[in-house]
Design a binder for this molecule. Structure first.
Ligand code: ZN
Length: 408
């Protein structure tokens, strides 16, 4: 089984290259807007859309027109990627029960004061290579890259973007998963509670780190400052830039923390069970917006890390009840949000709310996986019996998963 993973690297372009990168980003945006308006026109005429093939041939036609000389200046493979993205966006926006909205026109840097253009180059016939600390980008040349980690396999695509005041490229690569583990020796359930803390049935507790809170308070201060400044003035721009830089810092800190926690969880056991996260319910829970759902991110990152190692990741049903179940006798209790601990009315065990929830998540994960035939319980070996609760599972059939994209 192969997975497509994304790795982000910092780029250090020269001023000339930077100009070129900005130009390419704007071409990509221009092409998106052009193709989208073509789509709108077509849709008004006969209710149909242009899909990838039509758009690709439209690009070819337009290329030779003098007023669209810029399309010719753009990398042709990257232009096709724009058509591909719009194709996906159209399909997502028009399908039944779509959560995504219909694609929108992209706004330029000047209007939004945001440098969020990006373009994606494709590695056709090995045109994108990394040599001597530089990466070759089609029609741009060799750009300095900060290789903070080695490449895992061949480059598929490279997306270049200016984010939070820095040039970034994200490289997609295909990574082969390790062979599925046949004997799985441990299972751990994880509860994510309303206070945004992960509690594992193995005793692990991870809370939202303090530094994130500090950065966010700083961000709030700056945002209040921005509100006092006159829009568009020099001081306003200064504060705006500081906010942007800080946003970048927060998002990097957040991702770093999530990756580290996900790694910790992955290493801890062979089977990982999470609760299907209902973000909406969690928002209601807290009484405030959980805009940055860091615990959901941890769950997502854990999923691909676990699968890369040939281990099992399982999510129990979204609405399955996990809180208020005694971890000794499974007696159910009704708890209010204030109850952090409870004593079982049936057997008298004193339970911690989150810990008992993680145990019941682990148990229902185990039941699910045995019921659908993914794993079978193997009797513990005699010496393991002495250790008490050690369980050994065996994979009953090799699960085949589909290729997925995950952030790395
Ligand atoms: Zn009990």
């Amino acid at each position: 089984m192969k997975k497509t993973l994304r790795y982000n690297y910092r780029l250090k372009p020269t001023p000339e290259q930077e100009a070129k990168l900005i130009e390419f980003g704007s071409y990509s945006r221009g092409l998106w807007n052009l193709l989208l308006s073509e789509n709108q026109r077509q849709h008004e005429q006969d209710g149909t859309f242009l899909f990838y093939k039509d758009m690709a041939s439209r690009i070819k036609q337009v290329k030779n027109l003098p007023e669209f000389a810029w399309v010719k200046a753009f990398d042709s493979a990257a232009a096709q990627q724009v058509a591909r993205d719009l194709d996906t966006a159209l399909r997502n926006g028009t399908s039944k029960g779509a959560h995504q909205k219909f694609p929108k026109f992209k706004v330029s840097y000047k209007i939004k004061k945001l440098h969020n253009d990006s373009f994606r180059a494709v590695n056709n016939s090995n045109c994108i290579r990394i040599e001597n600390g530089t990466i070759s980008l089609p029609k741009i040349g060799w750009v300095d890259i900060v290789l903070h980690r080695r490449l895992v396999s061949n480059i598929k695509t490279v997306t270049v973007q200016f984010r939070h005041g820095k040039w970034e490229c994200s490289i997609t690569q295909e990574v082969e998963c390790k062979e599925a583990k046949k004997v799985l020796s441990s299972i751990v359930g994880y509860d994510i509670n309303s206070k945004q803390t992960v509690v594992g049935s193995n005793g692990l507790t991870v809370s939202n780190p303090k530094f994130l809170k500090q950065s966010k308070e700083k961000l709030n201060t700056l945002q209040r400052q921005l509100a006092r400044r006159k829009k568009g003035s020099a001081r306003w721009n200064k504060t705006k830039n500081r906010i942007n830089t800080l946003h970048g810092k927060v998002s990097r800190q957040r991702l770093d923390f999530a990756h580290k926690t996900a790694r910790q969880i992955t290493n801890a056991s062979d089977i990982v069970v999470f609760e299907g996260l209902n973000v909406k319910a969690m928002q209601k829970f807290n009484g405030q917006m959980v805009a940055d759902n860091i615990m959901g991110l941890i769950s997502d990152l854990t999923k691909y890390k676990v699968e890369l190692e040939g281990k099992i990741h399982h999510e129990i049903g979204r609405f399955e009840r996990s809180t208020g179940i005694c971890c000794e006798c499974n007696h159910r209790h009704k708890l209010t949000l204030k109850d952090r601990t409870f004593t079982c009315v049936n057997c008298g065990t004193h339970n911690d709310r989150d810990y008992s929830a993680s145990i019941s998540i682990r148990n229902s994960g185990e039941r699910d996986l045995m019921a659908n035939g993914t794993i079978v319980r193997v009797k513990p070996m005699p010496q393991q019996k002495l250790l008490g609760k050690t369980k050994v599972f065996e994979l009953s059939k090799l699960s085949t998963g589909s290729e997925e994209k995950s952030a790395a």
